[in-house]
Design a protein around this ligand. Structure first.
Ligand code: CP
Length: 309
């Protein structure tokens, strides 16, 4: 049973989501994974407005929408009227006007959704599929589902988030939520890529010293597209792998029962040795499987608000 205060018009960030709220969503995702069937009260329509590249998030939302029985409209930013200068608000308002119920949006601008939520008459549900280096709420919740599935909770778990911390929306969302759920959060990686805003959620330390104590090693992709020109030119993939990558030598030092996570796409041989991506203790593809069920739970919350479920 979902409590009424947890039925929301939009889901754009985990910043305003408490631990109980996140656990509710994880439990509903687990129920969908166990075979729960959704029943819509009327036809419901979704569109996925992606202004940044995506493989997982876009197709996983599409799969979730189809599993819920929603109709999914096609949209390609590159062939849309965005190319003629149409604003994000006008694109979203157009979708609402033609009868779309939920727009899942990925956009390179941090907090792009604020400009939309400021329009109080916008009725269409907005779900954030990732904003710049800000938030990635559906990735965060699918990661929490994967950790919960493995360990049956979060209290006292030691989670290391390692890599390109300042450019990663996954790092920002996950650190915030792991801290809220009672996990001990640690960070490692190049100091120049550390974001002091993360200090409130955990402790920055040395990768090799922290690694043997960790229950979860949450690797981050190097966000080549967000590096400054100088940083990009200075970046050496092999040096990064030796200093901050999960090499075979480092993996051998992981605690018994510890798991490897990565939001993907993976730069194989950079953040992680290629052979570890599908190692027995890697949960990288399980994260993707869980993403579909997590997104079904997120969409269900918005559909309930609209009286469509
Ligand atoms: N993890 C993730 O957001 O992947 P995509 O960029 O492929 O959607």
């Amino acid at each position: 049973m979902i409590s009424t205060e947890r039925i929301q018009p939009n889901l754009v960030t985990v910043a305003n989501m408490d631990a109980e709220d996140a656990i509710d969503l994880i439990h509903e995702a687990q129920a969908y994974k166990a075979g729960k069937q959704a029943v819509l009260t009327a036809p419901a329509y979704a569109v996925n407005l992606f202004f940044e590249n995506s493989t997982r998030t876009k197709t996983s939302f599409q799969m979730a929408q189809m599993k819920l029985g929603m109709h999914v409209l096609e949209f390609e930013a590159g062939t849309s009227s965005v190319k003629k200068g149409e604003s994000l608000y006008d694109t979203v308002k157009t979708m609402e006007s033609i009868g779309v119920n939920i727009a899942v949006i990925r956009h390179p601008e941090n907090e792009y959704y604020k400009q939309l939520l400021n329009h109080r008459d916008l009725k269409i549900g907005i779900v954030n599929g990732g904003d710049g280096s800000g938030q990635h709420p559906s990735q965060c919740l699918l990661d929490m589902m994967t950790i919960d599935e493995e360990f049956g909770g979060f209290k006292g778990l030691k989670v290391l988030i390692i890599g390109d911390l300042s450019h990663s929306r996954v790092a920002h969302s996950n650190a915030m939520m792991l801290n809220r759920l009672g996990a001990e959060v640690y960070f490692a990686g190049p100091e120049k890529w550390y974001d002091p805003a993360l200090e409130q959620y955990g402790t920055f330390g040395n990768f090799d010293e922290l690694l043997p104590q960790m229950d979860v090693v949450n690797l981050l992709r190097v966000q080549n597209e967000r590096l400054t020109t100088a940083d990009g030119q200075a970046f050496n993939a092999n040096q990064y792998h030796q200093a901050y990558g999960l090499t075979l030598d480092r993996a051998a030092k992981m605690k018994q029962g510890a798991i490897i996570m990565h939001p993907a796409p993976v730069n194989r041989g950079v953040e992680v040795d290629s052979s570890l991506v599908e190692a027995p203790n890697s949960r990288i593809f399980q994260q993707m499987t869980n993403g579909v069920y997590t997104r079904m739970a997120i969409l269900s919350r918005v559909l309930r608000y609209q009286g469509l479920m």
